[in-house]
Design a protein around this ligand. Structure first.
Ligand code: ARG
Length: 476
C-alpha cells in the first residue's frame, strides 16, 4: 500500500495525517464493491444532468462530464482502469478516474450527493439487475423440469410420505411440485422488485440537499418508479437486502430439497434416474463410482445462503438511524448469494435436462408397499361402507398380505370375503396403478388430465416470468 496521505481520499480536509495502515485495511471495501462500478457510473450520469439543470454545471461542463464518465466506463469494462488498494471504495476509485480525465471539473460531481445515498442507489440497481439474471436462471431450471415432467405424465411412481411408499403418483406430477416452489421464488423476486424500485439518490448524507436538485428526475432516469419519500430512511434502509437474501435462502432450500431427492433417486436402493456423465463425478479410489455431486453441492451451498440472511439481519438489528458504517457489511453476503446461485442453477438445469428416468424401475416400485390400499378403502366407501370401517377392513387385508408375503391382488376371493363380506371380487378392478392415477381427476391431483392442465398453467406462468427476466433495469 502506498502512502495514504497522497492517495485520493474523499474526506481529507479536517485530518492532519492519513489513516493508519490498520485503519485503512479495515475500512477498505473496493476489493468487493468494485462490481458496483457500472451502476455508480449510471447514477453519476443522472446526477450530472440534474446538476446541469440546477445551473451548477454549464452545458459545456455537462458534455465534458458525460464524455469522461463514458470514457471511464469503457476503461473499467476493458480493465484499463482498475481500483488500487488506496481507493477506499468504488466511489473513491471512480472519482479518481474522473479527476484523472477532467482535472478540477471532476470534483464538481460530488455536489449534493454523498456516498451514503450513492451506495444505497448502486446496490439497489445492482440487485434489481441481477434479480432478473437470477430469474432467467430459475426459469431455465423450471423449463428443464417441465420438459421431463411432460415426458413422464404417465410414468407412475411411488408417492411418499415419511419417505415410505404412500400412494401411486405421476412422476411428472412430482417433478412439477418442485416447479411450483420455484414459481413462488420467481413471484417473490418480482414482488420484491416493486418495493426495491425506490431511488435513494438525493437523500445526500441523510437530510436531502440545499441545492435545487430533482430526485424524481434522477429516479426516472435510473429506471426507478419513485424517489425515496424520506431521506433518513433512504440511506438507512436495507430491507431490500434482507428480503433479497430471504428469497435467495428459500430458493437455496428448494434447491437443497430437490438435490436431496436427486441423491436418493440415483442411489442403488432407488435407482429411479441415471445421470449423464457430464453431470456426475467419479471417485479417486473406487473406479466404479458415479456420484451425484450437483445435488450434494446444491444441498451444501444452501447453508451459506441461509447464513447470509442471518448475518445481515444480525448486522442490522442494533443500528440507529441513519447511515452507520456497519452497513458496508451488506454487500458481500448478497454478492456471494448471487455468485453461489449462478454456480448451482446452470449445473442443476443441465443435470435435469440430461438425466434419464428409469421408467421400468419406477413403474415396478409404484404399487410396492401396498400403495393401492387407499383404492380398496375408497371402493368400499363407494359401496356404502363408512370410511372408518373401510379403513379397518383394508388394514386387515394388508396385514394378511404381510403375514403371507403377498400383494393385495394375490388374495383369493374366499380370503377377501373372510376379511369382510363387503369385499366382493370386483374390488380387484381398482387394484391397478394406472386405474388409481386415472381416478384422480380433481384439479391439482395426480391424474393425467389434471397434470396436463397443470403443465399448461406452468408453461404460461414461466413465459410471463421469462418476459420479466428479460426486462432492463437501467435505461441508457
Ligand atoms: N463503502 C461504504 C459502504 O459501503 C460507502 C458509504 C461510506 N459512507 C461513509 N459515511 N463513510 O457503506
Amino acid at each position: 500500500m502506498t502512502d495514504q496521505s497522497t492517495a485520493t481520499r474523499l474526506w481529507g480536509g479536517r485530518f492532519s495525517a492519513g489513516p493508519a495502515e490498520a485503519m485503512a485495511r479495515l475500512s477498505l471495501s473496493v476489493h468487493f464493491d468494485w462490481r458496483l462500478a457500472p451502476y455508480d457510473l449510471a447514477a453519476s450520469r443522472a446526477h450530472a444532468r440534474v446538476l446541469a439543470r440546477a445551473g451548477l454545471l454549464n452545458e459545456d461542463e455537462l458534455q465534458r462530464m458525460l464524455a469522461a464518465l463514458d470514457d471511464l466506463e469503457a476503461a473499467c469494462a476493458s480493465g484499463e482502469f482498475t481500483p488500487t488498494p488506496d481507493d477506499e471504495d468504488v466511489h473513491t476509485a471512480l472519482e479518481r478516474g474522473l479527476l484523472e480525465r477532467l482535472g478540477p471539473l471532476g470534483g464538481k460531481l460530488r455536489a449534493g450527493r454523498s456516498r451514503n445515498d450513492q451506495v444505497a442507489t448502486d446496490l439497489r440497481l445492482y440487485l434489481r439487475d441481477h434479480a432478473r439474471t437470477l430469474a432467467g436462471q430459475i426459469v431455465d431450471l423450471c423449463q428443464a423440469l417441465t420438459g421431463q415432467a411432460a415426458a413422464h405424465v404417465d410414468t407412475p411412481a411411488p408417492g411418499m410420505t415419511h419417505l415410505q411408499h404412500a400412494q401411486p403418483v405421476s412422476f411428472g406430477h412430482h417433478l412439477l411440485a418442485h416447479v411450483q416452489a420455484f414459481l413462488r421464488d420467481l413471484d417473490r423476486l418480482a414482488d420484491w422488485d416493486t418495493r426495491t424500485a425506490v431511488c435513494p439518490l438525493g437523500a445526500g448524507a441523510l437530510a436531502g440537499s440545499s441545492l435545487p436538485l430533482d430526485p424524481a428526475a434522477v429516479a426516472q432516469e435510473l429506471g426507478f418508479t419513485a424517489p425515496a419519500a424520506n431521506s433518513i430512511d433512504a440511506v438507512s434502509d436495507r430491507d431490500f437486502v434482507a428480503e433479497f437474501l430471504f428469497i435467495a435462502a428459500l430458493l437455496g432450500v428448494h434447491l437443497s430439497r430437490l438435490g436431496e431427492e436427486i441423491v436418493l433417486w440415483t442411489s442403488q436402493e432407488f435407482g429411479w434416474i441415471d445421470l449423464d456423465d457430464a453431470y456426475a463425478t467419479g471417485s479417486s479410489i473406487m473406479p466404479q463410482k458415479k456420484n451425484p455431486d450437483v445435488g450434494e453441492l446444491a444441498r451444501g451451498k444452501s447453508g451459506r445462503l441461509v447464513g447470509h440472511l442471518t448475518g445481515v439481519l444480525t448486522m442490522l438489528k442494533g443500528l440507529p438511524l441513519a447511515y452507520d458504517r456497519d452497513l458496508q457489511e451488506d454487500k458481500e453476503p448478497v454478492f456471494d448469494a448471487i455468485d453461489t446461485l449462478d454456480l448451482v442453477l446452470p449445473a442443476f438445469t443441465g443435470l435435469i435436462d440430461t438425466m434419464t428416468v428409469r421408467v421400468d424401475r419406477l413403474a415396478a416400485a409404484a404399487p410396492q408397499g401396498f400403495t393401492l390400499a387407499t383404492e380398496v378403502a375408497d371402493w368400499l366407501v363407494r359401496q356404502g361402507v363408512p370410511f372408518r370401517e373401510a379403513h379397518e377392513i383394508t388394514g386387515k387385508l394388508v396385514s394378511r398380505c404381510v403375514a403371507t408375503e403377498r400383494e393385495l391382488h394375490e388374495l383369493t376371493d374366499e380370503e377377501l370375503t373372510e376379511v369382510s363380506p363387503h369385499l366382493r371380487p370386483e374390488v380387484r378392478q381398482v387394484l391397478s396403478v394406472q386405474g388409481a392415477l386415472r381416478a384422480r381427476t380433481t384439479p391439482g391431483s395426480t391424474g393425467p388430465t389434471a397434470v396436463a392442465a397443470q403443465l399448461e398453467q406452468v408453461r404460461s406462468a414461466l413465459a410471463a416470468r421469462r418476459a420479466w427476466a428479460d426486462t432492463t433495469v437501467v435505461p441508457r
